[in-house]
Design a protein around this ligand. Structure first.
Ligand SMILES: Cc1cc2nc3c(=O)[nH]c(=O)nc-3n(C[C@H](O)[C@H](O)[C@H](O)COP(=O)(O)OP(=O)(O)OC[C@H]3O[C@@H](n4cnc5c(N)ncnc54)[C@H](O)[C@@H]3O)c2cc1C
Length: 281
């Protein structure tokens, strides 16, 4: 099929994009990639698309550092070292730490699907007594999933740990932008088209069948199939229209609550960091 991507920004990537200000290069949101071990999901996708060799991927070690008033804990590429570091900070929980991290690494199939009925907090409660350890293990998920452990599904929590924390810290070429750029280049080689700086305004329907997409200031594009990559609320209430989605979908959308918002400070320095308040580093 002929495929067209309509992208409202001037470059590809969405949140996975980079920009320059005042001579500094910043990654907008995504700062590293996960699941790139030999049989990792992302590695498999890159291999199937035959672009694995086009990206020069480095891996930071440590991939992440948690800093709290009490602790500074590193996530090393070698899981054994990460376990040892956690055990050093929480000696009373040493055995449980090893058990918990190994559970995450080996979690798959039925064990993984059973997690769907649990919150990540209840999983932590099964393993640990130390509230500070539980808080540290939850903190990372707050940043990555936008929810505290009490509200977060254990499936999502375990998945983020397995694929992003224990197999994370990968960085492509010199900026995160190279990842979507290479995907777009490959997509074009397959014959795909993309138009930038174009916003989809309406997904047109006739008798419950898609007819195409209307763009802001750029007319109508007929199409037999439309895939929306915008969020559910924008897709159903904005692009399709409240009047067409039916009561069940409308109620489901109403019951969905946005996750917690994040604040990002993009900071460029000349190397002199002495005037930056210590608490912000
Ligand atoms: C602060 C932050 C940090 C993150 N850090 C990481 C990280 O380090 N590693 C990681 O793996 N993940 C990270 N994530 C998650 C990651 O950003 C998302 O999982 C990913 O971007 C989702 O990709 P997507 O294509 O589904 O959506 P998006 O990235 O949101 O892309 C949607 C695209 O659709 C376009 N669009 C929307 N509406 C329209 C319209 N009406 N018409 C035309 N175009 C439209 C947008 O412009 C955008 O380009 C982070 C997220 C946030 C918010």
């Amino acid at each position: 099929m002929k495929v067209l991507i309509v992208e409202k920004n001037a470059k590809p990537g969405g949140y996975c994009t980079s920009f320059k200000r005042g001579g500094f290069a910043f990654d907008a949101c995504v700062h590293s990639l996960g699941s790139l071990r030999e049989d990792g999901i992302l590695r498999t996708i890159l291999r199937e698309l035959d672009i694995e060799k086009r990206l020069e991927i480095k891996r930071n070690n440590p991939s992440d550092i948690i800093i709290t008033p009490d602790f500074k804990i590193h996530f090393w590429n070698d899981l054994g070292n990460t376990i040892k570091e956690f055990q050093g900070h929480f000696p009373k929980e040493a055995n449980k730490i090893e058990e918990f991290f190994n559970f995450i690494i080996n979690c798959q199939g039925i064990t993984f699907s059973r997690l769907a009925s649990l919150t990540f907090q209840s999983l932590l409660d099964r393993y640990f007594n130390d509230e500070k350890l539980k808080a540290v293990l939850s903190l990372l998920l707050l940043g990555n999933a936008g929810l505290p452990a009490k509200q977060l599904s254990a499936t999502v929590g375990v998945y983020i740990y397995k694929e992003f924390m224990f197999d994370g810290g990968y960085y492509p070429d010199c900026s995160i932008q190279s990842f979507p750029d290479i995907l777009v280049a490959r997509y074009k080689e397959f014959g795909g088209d993309i138009i930038f700086s174009s916003t989809a305004k309406k997904i047109k329907l006739q008798d419950n069948k898609v007819e195409g997409v209307e763009l802001v200031n750029k007319g109508f594009i007929p199409s037999k199939y439309v895939i929306s990559n915008a969020d559910a609320t924008q897709t159903y209430t904005g692009l399709i229209g409240k009047e067409l989605i039916g009561e069940k979908t409308a109620n489901k959308l109403k019951s969905m609550v946005p996750s917690h918002s994040a604040f990002i400070l993009y900071l460029g320095t000349d190397g002199q960091t002495k005037n930056i308040p210590k608490d912000s580093m």
